[in-house]
Ligand binder design. Structure first.
Ligand SMILES: [Zn+2]
Ligand SMILES: [Zn+2]
Length: 937
């Protein structure tokens, strides 16, 4: 039985002790290069099984390329700064807000984040090694290093010189808990959650009319005090309805929102409502003095939800802000960074936005501004780091313009090979739809943006420490700079070249996607230090990451950096994979209790079975992972392993029989197919073909065909089997490296193998001369006939051990099957098979038993039973027995056969005269057989 845990740990030791990975690298050094850029894993927590999925692919491609003789860099990456790390460390330290962090001390906090990264990068390294992932683990890159940060400074300076980096005054999605902007790039990916909010249908009185109201819809009551206009769509039909003594305006299509009976009085296009004024409930606030409080036209107003009127607060909504800029409306921006109303908004002052939500509902209700309030379920953006609901705030943030780069990105994406192919379209769609990239974060542990902005408006962006030093007031501070992080870098002041004042760095750090986006420059070469070396590896041949997350994330960031600095995409192909779910198809969550950690999984299941499961999976579909689904791959590996015991070296003659020719043809076709599919980024097709081969062609096929030949020591059969098996495990090495290495080591002496490790072997090359597609096809047909005969036998309860006298097989082309006749007779245990021409496959089976056939059947059943009883009794193959069979059925004719088959020195059909050590009983077709035996010499 295959004990994965023991085997895998042994093999890890073997690799380490004999430095197999180093020997592999040495062997391939200086040969043709294959360049891979690793997408950095956040060094924040131990790995989950979803990480192991992605890492298995990376290892598979690396091992495949290495066996094909390519020189590769084997560099793993750790994402090691930014909000994600900050958030986890905050939790660890029990800090809950930015104030807490500042009280704790920025310096201490940053040091603490770095320790976290150090700790978890080690954990993840050990886990990756346990998975069998071969990387140059002493040479992983970290995104927090000076090298990485300085490459980003260089890039940001380029953006600035091209006038693409700018400060914008805009409403942005904001996390009040993290106290920073979130970028649309983040939100679209993972930020939306389905939540229930209060939907407020307000009635605002029409100015100058009695009892006439606009019905207005909002799901964010806290924004109502900042309302400056309401918007209608000029093309939509609006109606005035009468309810009791009141009149309401709303879109005709939204009439179902009315409570109770109504009568339509008037119908107007939205255009005709433009300019009508209304009484706003908070017009008394000082900020509202200049607001027009009238109907404006806006094409984004929809008649598909609410009432067809929306209230517009340009200081509280991104689209509202755009409209506000266009119409020159006041932007009232009530929230501070922590989500509280600032000090001069009357009753709302110093109240948190969620509190204001409740107050507004209550206040409007009391004052007669509410038509109805309902519960409303919708998808609403949340902070993808901490999970809190986002708000929208008007703030100054730094952006990179996208319009100048958009078309170049789209053009470069066209040249890239994607698998799954839909990735290419999604990437293009993202490039088409994306807006300017908000890169600043008001946080602590991240890339310090190299921007020094003077009160007078003068902005300096430094692309290197040298440039900074030139302008620095105290140059020693640059020379002695500990690292390019806050708070150290904040101490460096420069002199304004316009007004001469002392200028500080802006406090912002960069979006962590910048950190990961620069790695095709900072890790190869690196670009700024050794451009020659960098040129050898750029662009990469492949990157491989989780698909859904990265269009706006890593893929996007890599593209931006590379197209800006070189005009080219940084990689030639992308292999992606979908999300990993639990066995029931639910998302895995720590909080739900269904998350599976890598350590638990590898302990219980082993790395190889997980890897096989991963590699069989179609990467374009979600993977359901769990301890039940992994049972099948585990069993299949077991079958592969057990076959290795049949392998023996034998100086073979090459007198191939038909089944030998067939399996050699299948093997060589398989080598071609597997090589091609991995090259084409279809590891799942390669793996499925491999598994199908070892289960169906080898274990249930060829090995069954040659069972008797093996028993007889047929050299050709043994030789073919060992050749096929050895190539099979080479092809499987990249998928399941442990068991294949184990088997290779086991077979080393037997087969006189010369290489120290399976992975120092070369990838098999197909021998085209041995490929015979016609024969492969005939064997497919052969298998079908065997199956049909077997199911016919089942129907009459006459299992395969009962010899039958004859069968007639009608087929389209009987000639081509004639060469398989004798093999077919053996496989189906039919004495004679005749082929006849017929339109389609049909089989006539003679199931009549003659006395002789019946006896043969009984003898075979008995032999099988004695064999298994011997095994139960703990006897070895070589042990001889003295056997007594007590039965009323006459098997005298087969005495000799049975004796030989079961290794009996003596056999008697009689009632035993003494006590035997072993005693077993079986009924075969209502005949009782009692057997007794003792081991003998
Ligand atoms: Zn947050
Ligand atoms: Zn100045």
């Amino acid at each position: 039985m295959y004990k994965h845990q023991n085997i895998e740990l042994e093999i890890l030791n073997f690799w380490k002790k004999h430095k197999i990975f180093d020997k592999l690298r040495k062997k391939n050094k200086g040969k043709k290069r294959w360049s891979f850029i690793d997408g950095p894993i956040t060094a924040n927590n131990p790995m989950g099984v979803h990480h192991a999925w992605g890492r298995t692919y990376k290892d598979l491609f690396h091992r495949f390329k290495a066996m094909n003789g390519f020189d590769t860099r084997y560099q793993n990456g750790f994402d090691s700064q930014g909000l994600w790390v900050e958030r986890e460390e905050e939790k660890e330290l029990g800090l809950n807000s930015k104030e807490d962090i500042e009280e704790f001390g920025i310096k201490k906090f940053v040091e603490s984040c770095k320790k976290r990264v150090e700790k978890f990068s080690k954990v993840q390294t050990n886990q990756s090694i346990r998975l069998g992932y071969w990387m140059d683990w002493n040479n992983s890159y970290f995104t927090m290093t000076n090298t990485n940060n300085l490459h980003n400074w260089f890039l940001l300076k380029k953006y600035y010189d091209k006038k693409l980096l700018y400060k914008g005054h805009d409403v942005v999605p904001w996390c009040w808990r993290c106290g920073t902007a979130s970028s649309k790039h983040d939100i679209v990916t993972e930020g939306y959650k389905e939540v229930s909010h209060k939907a407020l249908f307000m009635q605002f009185p029409v100015k100058g009319k009695k009892n006439e109201y606009f019905l207005i819809f909002t799901t964010t009551p806290w924004t109502v005090p900042a309302d400056v206009v309401i918007a209608a769509n000029e093309k939509v039909d609006y109606v005035k309805v009468k309810q009791g003594d009141k009149y309401y305006w709303l879109a005709e299509k939204r009439i179902s929102e009315l409570k109770g009976d109504y009568e339509i009085i008037e119908r107007k296009k939205g255009k005709a409502l433009e300019g009508m004024k209304y009484k706003m409930p908070y017009r008394f606030l000082s900020q509202q003095k200049k607001s027009p409080h009238k109907v404006v036209l806006w094409e984004l107003t929809s008649e598909e939800e609410g009432t067809g009127f929306v209230h517009v607060a340009p200081g509280c909504g991104a689209e509202d802000c755009d409209l506000g800029k266009k119409l020159k409306l006041t932007a009232i921006a009530p929230l501070d960074g922590a989500g509280f109303y600032t000090g001069d908004y009357g009753m709302f002052s110093n109240k948190k936005y969620s509190e204001v939500n409740k107050m507004v509902l209550e206040d409007l209700e009391n004052r007669g501004f509410v038509y109805k309030i309902e519960s409303y379920t919708h998808r609403y953006p949340h902070c993808w780091r901490c999970g809190e609901e986002l708000v929208f705030r008007l703030v100054d943030e730094w952006y990179i313009r996208c319009n100048e780069i958009r078309s170049k990105l789209i053009k470069e994406n066209k040249k890239i090979k994607w698998f799954p192919e839909y990735g290419k379209v999604r990437q293009k769609d993202w490039f088409n739809a994306m807006s300017d990239w908000l890169i600043s974060r008001k946080r602590y542990y991240g890339l310090p943006l190299p921007i020094w902005e003077c009160e007078c408006g003068k902005v300096e962006v430094f692309g290197s420490l040298k440039e900074l030093r030139e302008k620095a007031i105290d140059k020693k501070k640059v020379d002695n700079l500990k690292e390019i992080h806050r708070p150290w870098v904040d101490e460096i002041k420069v002199k304004c070249s316009k007004c001469g004042k002392e200028v500080e760095r802006i406090k912002d750090v960069g979006d962590a996607w910048l950190d990961a986006g620069i790695v095709s420059f900072s890790t190869m070469g690196p670009y700024l230090k050794n451009k020659k070396e960098w040129e050898k590896w750029f662009p990469a041949d492949l990157i491989s990451e989780n698909m859904p997350g990265q269009y706006r994330g890593w893929f996007n960031a890599l593209f931006w950096a590379s197209v800006t600095l070189t005009g080219k995409a940084p990689f030639k192909s992308v292999f992606g994979y979908e999300t990993l779910k639990d066995e029931n198809g639910n998302e895995m969550h720590k909080s739900k209790g269904n998350a599976i950690w890598f350590d638990d999984a590898v302990e219980k299941i082993g790395a190889d079975p997980m890897r096989l499961l991963y590699c069989l999976q179609n990467p374009g579909l979600e993977l359901k992972f769990g301890f039940n689904v992994v049972k099948e791959p585990t069993n299949n590996i077991n079958i592969l392993y057990n076959m290795s015991r049949l392998i023996e070296k034998s100086k073979g003659s090459k007198k191939y029989k038909i089944e030998d020719k067939w399996i050699l043809s299948k093997l060589n076709s398989l080598i071609d197919l597997v090589t091609e599919e991995i090259e084409n980024l279809h590891p799942h097709l390669a793996t499925n073909a491999l598994q199908d081969f070892w289960l169906n062609d080898l274990s249930r096929g060829y090995i069954q065909f040659i069972r008797n030949r093996i028993a007889e020591g047929d050299k050709t059969a043994l030789n073919v089997l060992s050749e096929v098996y050895l190539d099979l495990i080479k092809l499987l090495g990249p998928v399941i490296p442990f068991i294949t290495e184990r088997v290779y080591q086991d077979l080393k002496t037997k087969l006189k193998l010369k290489k120290e490790s399976l992975f120092l072997e070369s990838w098999p090359k197909a021998n085209k001369k041995l490929i015979n597609k016609k024969l492969e096809k005939d064997f497919e047909f052969f298998k079908k006939i065997v199956q049909d005969i077997s199911s016919k036998r089942e129907k009459v309860q006459m299992g395969n051990r009962w010899p039958l006298s004859k069968a007639v097989v009608s087929v389209d082309k009987p000639e081509s099957l004639k060469r398989l006749k004798s093999l077919l007779e053996k496989q189906t245990n039919v004495k004679e098979i005749k082929f006849k021409k017929g339109k389609k496959l049909s089989i006539k089976l003679d199931t009549k038993l003659t006395k002789k056939l019946e006896q043969e059947g009984f003898a075979r059943e008995l032999m099988r039973f004695v064999q298994s009883s011997r095994k139960k009794a703990g006897l070895d193959k070589k042990d001889k027995i003295s056997l007594v069979v007590e039965t009323s059925y006459n098997l005298k004719n087969f005495e000799k056969d049975i004796k030989n088959k079961v290794g009996a020195k003596t056999i008697k059909f009689a009632v035993p005269k003494k006590k035997y050590k072993h005693e077993f009983e079986i009924n075969i077709k209502e005949n009782k057989f009692q057997i007794y035996f003792d081991p003998t010499k």
